[in-house]
Design a protein around this ligand. Structure first.
Ligand SMILES: NC(=O)C1=CN([C@@H]2O[C@H](COP(=O)(O)OP(=O)(O)OC[C@H]3O[C@@H](n4cnc5c(N)ncnc54)[C@H](OP(=O)(O)O)[C@@H]3O)[C@@H](O)[C@H]2O)[C@@H](O)CC1
Ligand SMILES: [K+]
Length: 488
């Protein structure tokens, strides 16, 4: 279940299921029952207030209220608007509710031990304002736990944006597959624990929608990991050229360690002669060569992956080296200064992309290179990948990995410890190390972001960038043992 459905895909899945013979009324019953089961498995019977909106999210609420009451729970139900104005399946289920329908005001919260938020779901179409905003704030001010149905009211399911105000939920129960808003910030933080319930939409129907958005994880790329075999030698595992700075050497030293720990067979740092001893002394397994030999070394096809950016310096020299590396069609990872060097002429960079290329901008670098694109991070990363022809890793707490062919993954880890100097350099190194071993660009980028995130999550507080490469052997061992036992 790594697929994420967009909101239009979810409506289409609903439609195709109904065409296939399961009625909308039954889907809504299934949705309500799944939420009811989550509630009864987590809480003992207590006073519940079910808050219903005027659409099908509210319709789910009528089912939940009825089923909880049938099990003896004390339930109050409040509706935004009148039952007469409800339509379709929501109307059908509203008419099965035999209790009182109260007005939806903050008075609904008085005495509630548990709140069920069914005000707006996938159909949220504008900001929440006025009395409704007051109600949402009142829900958030009270200590009673909140179960959100589909998405917390106010969270845009497509983007994770907060439309005015939003409910802070303890648990969110959504249906069939997650939506982007469950994984993109800030929405992700408001969902609490996210549960995805099966309401009868078949995997075949989901597959027929050809989902392109995924939660990043081993089942997305583990099959593509190029594990070495008995007959492998170091050249089978690739030879990285990492272009190092003269003044700033730490960035490439960190990146080099990341690339080597990720499995690159050999790694040569190119730098101006005064800096070479520093790189050589830093790690005995690293080779060094003067930067003046870059073009000559690029003629040897065994040098199959190039990292340019960390500590490279912004300007003409970096620009020329990037264009040369891209023209040689080697796997290229472009980070930091390699991206910033093209702020004034991004189309020169995009035009030169031809082989496996991964760009790793953070928000600031992204904006400078791709300009002020419209939309949320997911939409912008996808547009940037299409435009540049490269795999784009838009770094952040919810890193997005987008391929030019439309595939995109959202990373799902909690690792704020990674916000530390040098962490991005290590990530760029890990991507390069995986590309050097022949992994395809999208899979390598996804795996690198996952390894980086897991390293941060596992290590926890106190992490410094140097710790990330050293956490890789443990993570890779886990993946290796899973691969050997056939479990992903
Ligand atoms: N698809 C499926 O597979 C299944 C879906 N199911 C459920 O259906 C839900 C989607 O239902 P939905 O399409 O009726 O949308 P929903 O979220 O109820 O809201 C629409 C209403 O809200 C109103 N409104 C919107 N924003 C507003 C604002 N800021 N302030 C004020 N009003 C605002 C909007 O008004 P309008 O924009 O039309 O003026 C309209 O009246 C989905 O989340 C899931 O829970 C399940 O039953 C199982 C199967
Ligand atoms: K909701």
């Amino acid at each position: 279940m790594r697929e994420i459905l967009t909101i239009p895909q979810m409506y289409e899945a609903d439609k195709r299921t109904i065409e296939g013979g399961i009625s909308g009324e039954v889907l809504m019953e299934n949705a309500g029952r799944s939420v009811c089961q989550e509630i009864t498995s987590r809480y003992s019977p207590c006073a519940v207030s079910v808050l219903c909106g005027p659409g099908n999210n509210g319709g789910d609420g009528f089912v939940i209220a009825r089923l909880l009451r049938e099990q003896g729970w004390p339930v109050r139900l409040g509706l935004l608007g009148e039952v007469e104005n409800l339509a379709g399946d929501a109307r059908i289920h509203a008419e099965k509710w035999v209790g009182i329908v109260e007005r939806l005001t903050p008075a609904m919260l008085v005495g509630a031990d548990l709140v069920v938020d069914c005000i707006f779901g996938a159909g949220l179409s504008r900001d929440i304002e006025d009395d409704l905003a007051d109600l949402v704030n009142a829900i958030n001010e009270r200590p009673a736990p909140v179960i959100a149905v589909d998405v917390p009211t106010g969270v845009d399911g497509a983007s994770g944006a907060i439309r005015g105000v939003a409910v802070v939920a303890d648990v969110t129960v959504s249906f069939c597959r997650p939506k982007p808003g469950h994984y993109l910030l800030p929405g992700k933080d408001l969902c609490g624990q996210c549960v995805i319930a099966d309401i009868g939409i078949s995997p075949e129907i989901v597959a027929s929608l050809a989902p392109e958005i995924f939660i990043n994880g081993p089942d997305l790329w583990a099959q593509s990991i190029p594990w070495p075999g008995n007959g492998s030698h170091k050249y089978h595992r690739g030879h990285v050229l990492a272009l190092g700075g003269t003044q700033t050497t730490g960035a490439v030293r960190l990146a080099a360690r990341g690339a080597r720990r990720a499995g690159a067979g050999l790694l040569t740092v190119l730098a101006d002669p005064p800096a070479l001893p520093l790189y050589a002394q830093d790690a005995p397994g690293v080779m060094v060569a003067p930067m003046a030999r870059f073009e000559e070394l690029m003629q040897d096809p065994r040098h199959n992956a190039v990292l340019i950016g960390p500590g490279a310096g912004v300007g003409d020299d970096t620009r020329k080296r990037v264009i040369h590396a891209l023209h040689c069609a080697r796997a290229c990872v472009l980070d930091a200064d390699a991206l910033t060097s093209f702020d004034d002429e991004p189309s020169t960079l995009f035009f030169a992309v031809q082989g496996a290329t991964v760009m790793t901008p953070h928000e600031g670098e992204f904006k400078r290179l791709f300009g002020d694109m419209a939309g949320d991070r997911l939409t912008r990363a996808r547009a940037a990948a299409k435009r540049s022809g490269a795999v784009v890793i838009l770094k952040g707490a919810d890193s997005i990995i987008a391929a030019p062919d439309g595939r995109v993954a959202i990373n799902d880890v909690f690792a704020p410890w990674l916000a530390t100097a040098g962490s991005g350099d290590v990530l760029a190194g890990i991507v390069t190390g995986l590309l050097a071993q022949g992994m395809a660009a999208f899979e390598a980028a996804c795996m690198a972001v996952w390894l980086h995130g897991q390293a941060g999550q596992d290590f926890g507080p106190g992490l410094i960038a140097e710790d990330i490469p050293d956490a890789l052997p443990g993570l890779l061992s886990r993946l290796w043992h899973s691969a050997k036992s056939g479990v992903v």
